[in-house]
Design a protein. Structure first.
Length: 227
């Protein structure tokens, strides 16, 4: 049976983490690994209520996820953002897809956890983008065979765009699938920074990174902490 290691990078996530972890139905066929990036709130103590595999390292989502992967015993790695809710049947869906030996990685379609119709438009565009580009973003719950993750060297240790960077490398060598059952992502960034501004900013930053090769370090200045 496929064992799944759920790896959650976290930094000052006391407002979201309990809900995310409570939503997971961890059995003997899964393990939960939390990697904290130096929180100064209750993130670590909340994480410790759910697993004894809580580690503290330095800040940087790519670094934190690589650290968690090193501690993982599962043959499948699922990278879950601390403010995202995995669908109840998420583990079953992942195993179903990975029973196909030709499938090496995948992610979920996106659902933003807010009732406004405006978010339905953003979801449709995001999911269409996924289907066309075959590039999953981090808040879509990337899952990958551990052997392949190690083969490609894991995430780049960069302050931003680590999800796009690894997805572009994966796309060249592996079959990536998208599960139509969606993962629920927090709307907090859109609500705090503004829906139009946040959406356009994310598109522009992605274009600057992918096509104009602007460094993540320079792009990072356009993002604020919204936890």
């Amino acid at each position: 049976m496929i064992k799944i290691s759920v790896i959650v990078p976290a930094l000052n996530e006391e407002k979201s983490l309990h809900r995310t972890l409570s939503n997971l139905n961890i059995t003997d066929l899964e393990e939960l690994i939390i990697v904290d990036g130096g929180s100064n709130d209750r993130t670590v103590s909340i994480a410790s209520e759910f697993t004894d595999k809580v580690f503290v390292t330095h800040k940087g989502r790519g670094h934190q996820m690589n650290y968690g992967a090193q501690k993982a015993n599962g043959n499948i790695l699922l990278f879950l953002h601390a403010d995202c809710l995995l669908p109840k049947e998420g583990f079953e869906l992942i195993r179903e897809k990975l029973n196909d030996k030709q499938v090496s990685a995948g992610a979920f379609f996106l659902n933003i956890d807010h009732p406004s119709f405006r978010f339905r438009i953003i979801e449709k565009v995001a999911n269409l983008r996924s289907r066309i580009t075959r590039i999953p973003y981090g808040d879509q719950g990337l899952f990958i065979r551990k052997e392949l993750f190690e083969q490609i060297g894991g995430f780049a240790d960069i302050p931003l765009m680590e999800d796009i960077e690894i997805s572009r490398r994966l796309k060249k060598i592996a079959k990536i699938v998208f599960l139509r059952t969606p993962i629920k992502a927090s709307p907090r960034r859109w609500l705090k920074e503004g829906l139009i501004y946040t959406t356009l900013r994310d598109w522009i930053v992605a274009i600057l990174y992918i096509f104009l090769k602007v460094s993540p370090e320079k792009l990072m200045k356009h993002y604020k902490d919204v936890r």
